[in-house]
Design a protein around this ligand. Structure first.
Ligand code: SF4
Ligand code: SF4
Length: 482
């Protein structure tokens, strides 16, 4: 047996981090893996103004959403506990799961199509995380603690009255807002009426609801006060999908390296002609695009996973270009092919394929919603029950009928035994299904022996409302074997 210890270390499969290569590490961690806090500078400009206006609209929709109703139904409701889902006022019951599944598929394919064509436009303009972080929480932080350099100085300063007051007021407002956001989310899940009950009833009656309320508030506070851009970098799967979805024709926030390189600071009184002659491009290496970036990256390195397409670097660079008298758009919405070859958005085979799938799914969904019945009923023999013979010689079977009323009005429903001849008796009188509810009732069906087959007789029951037939149900009647 060889007992000689190995003299050479086995070759490590772990690659050393190259700290000079931005692809080897993330901008928000140092060499020890500690969090590098990002202090993005305040930004202003055309895109920021447009995003601000757009964010007001989105915030209005987001906060008003639970109170907006369409035909008496909420805009959006995802009540998992009661298995009730409402999208744009349309109620989806567990029986509609196939419709719901297709709607989810459409959503996923839309993301594919949209991202392939327009990159992460959603992240920068419409994602609730970006909108809340950049347009609400960040602005409050600027208001209380000042711009990036003032925030940095405040964090490094000793704790005094000023610092304590600023930190307490900032975090108190952050928590209050997070509580509000958490409650809005809860009202999307359970409806605002139920949320109102949780708030107004004695706490002991809604321990679970209150626990969710606190958990959501703490979660959002944690995200917006501390976790921030890491939610996009580490948690959100959409950012990770970028490398799969983007191609050289996708429109992204891009630095025009052909125009910008080679970068170099603009010397005092230097003319651009001289500068170009010396081999320099339009980038004056001012780092303004980096200093405003909320994810701490340098877009001049190319498209990166961390980039949420917030357009801050576009505004910052445009301001610099305007100041030095150069055309704007050194950082702009463009595709790689657009920058390299001056091409506009091209319809690629991949985009066509995604669009065809999307169209097919949308057509299927439209048809299913259009042909979806307002009422859905099922009839089953009552479990464990056998047939009974009545004193007049007729036989009877007991059934359980379940009727879902998908409309927003109360619906009187009538059941008629259509085949064979016999009688159908609803236990407890007329069937009236409350709006958007499920009604369960017992039904007794009697057949005379002449109408029965040996053993099992097929039955056809019609479901009627307002004299109109809504559904035909088929079941079986059990009787004696001859
Ligand atoms: S802001 Fe524009 S000019 Fe300044 S470093 Fe960035 S790309 Fe270059
Ligand atoms: S690189 Fe530009 S667009 Fe991307 S996150 Fe940073 S500032 Fe926003």
């Amino acid at each position: 047996m060889n007992t000689t210890p190995p003299t050479e270390k086995p070759e490590s499969s772990v690659k050393e981090v190259d700290w000079s290569d931005f692809r080897d590490h993330i901008a928000t961690a140092d060499r020890e893996g500690r969090r590098q806090w990002i202090y993005p500078r305040k930004v202003s400009g055309k895109f920021f103004r447009l995003r601000t206006w757009f964010s007001w609209l989105l915030l209005f929709i987001m906060f008003a959403g639970p109170f907006i109703t369409i035909h008496g139904n909420p805009l959006l409701l995802m009540n998992i506990v009661e298995r009730k889902f409402v999208v744009f006022g349309q109620i989806f019951w567990p029986q509609d799961m196939i419709i719901f599944a297709i709607a989810v598929l459409i959503f996923a394919v839309s993301i594919l199509v949209f991202t392939t064509a327009f990159g992460r436009l959603w992240c920068g303009w419409a994602c609730p995380q970006t909108v809340m972080m950049e347009m609400v929480f960040r602005k409050i932080e600027y208001f209380i603690e000042g711009d990036a350099h003032q925030q940095r100085a405040l964090n490094q300063a000793a704790w005094d009255g000023n610092k304590i007051a600023k930190k307490i007021s900032k975090h108190a407002i952050f928590y209050a807002l997070s509580f509000l956001v958490g409650n809005v989310l809860l009202s999307y899940l359970i409806g605002w009426q139920q949320l109102y009950q949780i708030v107004t009833d004695p706490p002991a009656q809604h321990v679970t609801g209150l626990a969710f309320m606190i958990a959501f508030s703490l979660l959002f506070y944690g995200i917006f006060a501390r976790f921030r851009e890491q939610a996009c970098t580490f948690i959100c799967p959409y950012g990770r999908l970028q490398s799969l979805l983007l191609d050289e024709n996708s429109i992204v926030v891009a630095y025009d390296y052909k125009r910008g390189e080679k970068r170099g600071i603009l010397k005092r009184a230097q003319k651009f002609g001289e500068r170009r002659f010396a081999g320099f491009g339009d980038c004056v290496a001012c780092n303004q695009c980096v200093s405003v970036c909320p994810t701490g990256i340098d877009i001049r390195n190319g498209t990166q996973m961390e980039c949420v397409h917030c357009t801050a670097c576009m505004d910052a660079c445009d301001a610099v270009m305007t100041k030095i008298g150069n055309p704007r758009g050194l950082i702009r919405y463009a595709s790689l092919n657009g920058i390299e070859r001056g091409e506009h958005l091209r319809v690629t085979p991949r985009l066509v394929a995604y669009s065809v799938v999307l169209l097919a799914l949308a057509t299927a969904l439209g048809l299913m919603i259009f042909t979806r019945a307002d009422v859905e009923a099922t009839v089953l023999r009552a479990p464990g029950s056998l047939f009974q013979q009545m004193p007049d010689g007729h036989f009877s079977n007991l059934y359980t009928v379940r009727i879902v009323n998908k409309t927003s009005r109360e619906l009187p429903v009538e059941l008629r035994l259509e085949s064979p001849a016999g009688t159908l008796q609803v236990m407890g009188g007329q069937l009236v299904v409350p709006a958007q509810k499920l009604l369960e009732n017992s039904v007794l069906i009697e057949l005379e022996p002449a109408a029965m087959k040996s053993g099992t007789t097929p039955l056809v029951v019609g479901v009627y409302a307002g004299g109109k037939k809504l559904q035909t149900l088929k079941t079986a009647f059990i009787g004696p074997r001859n």
